[in-house]
Design a protein around this ligand. Structure first.
Ligand SMILES: [Zn+2]
Length: 122
């Protein structure tokens, strides 16, 4: 039998003895899993909220390293140069390497990745 399960969310449960705890729970066919298992033992969900969003991550198209928006802010603060445009990101190292490549190579990479601008003004 097919059951529709939701993602886990943060919930506050109250237990039989009155204690409240923060937990994770999900629904199965629209009903809290806790309720299905038995609120006496597993507690009753009295409040829930969506999980906090993961910070946005961006992946360098050349080395595959991921950076969060916080990392990028840090790079900005340190005055590091990187390349970012829609659908494309180059980390400082790769951007540095890229700029050392012969123009022909740069153009090839730019075309492969569909970049709008190749030259970057610092
Ligand atoms: Zn990189």
């Amino acid at each position: 039998m097919f059951r529709k399960m939701s993602d886990d969310v943060r919930v506050v449960k109250v237990f039989r003895d009155g204690t409240r705890r923060v937990h994770h729970d999900h629904t199965v066919d629209g009903e809290w899993d806790t309720k299905r298992k038995g609120t006496d033992v597993f507690g009753r969900v009295i409040y829930w909220m969506a999980n906090p969003e993961l910070p946005e991550e961006i992946e360098c198209v050349m080395c595959g390293e991921t950076y969060t928006s916080d990392d990028l802010k840090e790079l900005d603060d340190m005055g590091e140069h990187y390349h970012r445009e829609e659908g494309c990101f180059l980390c400082p190292d790769c951007w540095d390497n890229f700029q050392r490549l012969p123009l022909e190579e740069q153009t090839k990479i730019a075309i492969t990745n569909g970049w709008k601008e190749v030259q970057h003004e610092d």
